[in-house]
Design a protein around this ligand. Structure first.
Ligand SMILES: NC(=O)c1ccc[n+]([C@@H]2O[C@H](COP(=O)([O-])OP(=O)(O)OC[C@H]3O[C@@H](n4cnc5c(N)ncnc54)[C@H](O)[C@@H]3O)[C@@H](O)[C@H]2O)c1
Length: 268
């Protein structure tokens, strides 16, 4: 088991990528603290893990991206309870309301721009500010930021989601550079279109079809695809990997545009 004996914290793990990551960490032997916005839902989910992973969810703690003080309180509570933090998965983002008019550069208000920067970059930065010294106190640790392929691939809309995720990518590398010698590794997983509550709600059918046309492995991603990469980077199997931005997107955007528009894949 890749994460035997590790203390792991996952933010936003009651659905989607966070939930799949939590399960993968349990499967790999970690003791997990769930940092969640909805305590009732979090506790119900923790109970559901009991039969297969008895005692392995060590705590369900209140974490709300839009209330910055809960980031510090939940991380510190987990640390005080466990005595150290080995793995931190920065998955949740806030600012659902700010996302509504996140359109093109000229259509997006200053408030929306700053709101998204706060709820994506600001949350990642605050998690890092709090967790890094605690990890160093325990001899080091591994942080995985859940970023997005839109952080490296400009989009026709949703401008500041991509800009904020690009900032998370740079933050990932800043952390890797600044704290590597103190035993901190920091990597990012950049998901492509992955089926989850968020994408079901936000992405129209046309977007999905256009996206698939330019994706080499012709299917949408699953939360499990992302969890596999996240937990690999978090684990000691990746102990010589840091500052890495790993796109997990079925090869979306790798080929020239003609791949999706005019060229049929070769028949073998
Ligand atoms: N699904 C995709 O296609 C995709 C693509 C690129 C990046 N991502 C990134 O993956 C991460 C997870 O997204 P997902 O698709 O699994 O979404 P999701 O909606 O399925 O899950 C999001 C989780 O975050 C929690 N959450 C939402 N708002 C919160 C808040 N204000 N405070 C605390 N927790 C909150 C939710 O309760 C839920 O557990 C996000 O960082 C997202 O930007 C997803």
């Amino acid at each position: 088991m890749k994460c035997e004996g590790k203390i792991a914290l996952v933010t936003g793990c009651t659905s989607g990528i966070g939930k799949a990551t939590m399960y993968k960490l349990l499967e790999e032997g970690a003791d997990v603290y769930m940092l969640v916005r909805n305590l009732k839902r979090g506790k119900k989910l923790a109970e559901a893990t009991e039969e297969k992973y008895p005692g392995k969810v060590s705590g369900v703690l209140y974490f709300e991206c839009d209330k910055l003080e809960t980031i510090e309180s939940s991380i510190k509570e987990a640390y005080e309870d466990a005595g150290r933090i080995d793995i931190f998965i920065n998955n949740a983002i806030g600012g659902a309301s700010a996302a509504k008019d996140n359109l093109t550069v000229t259509e997006t208000s200053h408030e929306t721009c700053m709101g998204l920067m706060e709820s994506i970059l600001g949350v990642s930065a605050e998690c890092a500010r709090v967790v890094i010294p605690l990890m160093i106190a325990g001899g080091g640790g591994s942080i995985v930021n859940v970023s997005s392929s839109t952080g490296v691939q400009p989009d026709v809309s949703r401008t500041y989601y991509g800009v904020a995720k690009a900032a998370v990518n740079m933050l990932t590398q800043q952390i890797a550079v600044q704290y590597g010698r103190q035993g901190i590794r920091c990597n990012a997983v950049l998901p492509g279109f992955t089926v989850s509550k968020a994408t079901e709600k936000a992405m129209p059918k046309e977007f999905k079809e256009a996206w698939l046309k330019h994706t080499l492995i012709r299917r949408l991603g699953t939360p499990q695809d992302q969890a596999n990469a996240i937990v690999f980077l978090a684990s000691d199997e990746a102990s010589w990997i840091t500052g890495h931005l790993m796109e997990v997107c079925g090869g979306y955007g790798l080929a020239a545009n003609m791949y999706g528009d005019v060229v049929e894949p070769p028949k073998v």
